[in-house]
Design a binder for this molecule. Sequence first.
Ligand code: CA
Length: 484
Amino acid sequence: MGPLTLPIIMSLAFCMVQGSPQLRRANDRQGQCTYTFTVPSPREGSCTEPGEAMTAVRELQRENAARSQEMDALKIRLSLLEKVVNRFLGEEGAGQSTSSPLIWTDAQRELEKLRREKDEWEGQRGSLEMAYSDLLKEKSTLEEEKQRLSERIEKVQQAHCPQVPEASRSRDQQISQRQASRWGADAVGYQELKSELTALPASRMIPEGHSAHQSSENMGTAGNCGELSWIGEPNIYRKADNIAGKYGVWMRDPEPASPFTQDTIWRINTVGADIRQVFEYENLDQLVQGYPAKVYVVPRSMESNGAVVYKGSLYYVRRKSRILVKYDFKTETIAIQKELPDAGYHGQFPYAWGGYTDIDLAVDEMGLWVIYSTEKAKGSIVISQLDLKTLEVKQSWDTTIRKQSVANAFMACGTLYTVGSYSSPSTTVNFAYDTHTGVQKQLNIPFQNRYGYNSMVDYNPTEKKIYGWDNYNMVAYDVRFSKM
Ligand code: CA
């Protein structure tokens, strides 16, 4: 309703009020008195006056003229606006378009949104490309390492084992390949530079009549708690979630230091070039559920899975070195670093499965030990007892057990025990070397690698259990000793 419409309606209403009802009295033909009450109809009553009607018409005409002027003004403004818009579009280079201003604004907004999305996407693509480039570099470094180590292994085999029959060699290669493809382990192949002599009994490496040589005096009888006589079936506690956990090490500290307890579990996934994370679980439940209480990041990356936790500290081998590290969990700092004299490292004398397991730490009733080999020992296992405070070698023993011929080794009650195979479902603990007597002997204690790739075997003297890491699976075995 326009601004002039209201007065017109008001004036029409006024006209209706003017036509009011009338009462008349008169005598009819019979002389009777009659009353007539007349009410004008709306049509009759409205604007009967010609002057009033003309006024309304004029007002309508005025309103019409005013609207026409407004319309003309609007047309001029619209035309100006279109010119501005067209100029803008021309400057934008989109030029030919004659879209309305509204569509143009929407298009502009959409364009800005697209530009922002493009910038974000390009940022993300940049990060991805950097990560990809880093991965490529790491892959190429690992491939170089693998090549170097393969050459070295070949040289060592040519020098020491020319008698290996070709048939035996190819069979072992087939076994290795089957293992790798079965577990999708191609991605971690660089860690699996295992000896091709795995299936060859270790005893063949020991010349007949060769007696164990002890390089230092005996330790006395402390901790000589008997000889290992039985190992139970593996109990599985947890399976690692991804490839980083194909190999690893897990354990309880046999003599925990406050604030840690007998329940505390330690775990390290050891696949990768920069192994620095140590997971602490308050108890077995946390391990099973997969929620660590804390994750430590050690300042120097570690080599393989020879680490142990003992009296509140982590003892490990520094990557690509013979340096032993003592890391204190309470202060989260490295307490000591010490070179292990003459020790072969980074693929020189690993266990049969490879994985840079040259230097393997161990704990038993008598303390901290290290199992390794040297050039002088020509690949045979050397055992050294270490001083906890200085990491210096207190005493060493030379065995004649070829390190690359056994799958793993552990210390229990001052005696070294070796495991025959890392992959065979039913293998044996096949050798023992008693540091109390310097006597080495063959054993035949059944041992199960239920999951086909046992990369870690360690003894816990408090629990009298063997901990293992068998192809992603964290397992433990009960053990029994025969009293001497
Ligand atoms: Ca071990």
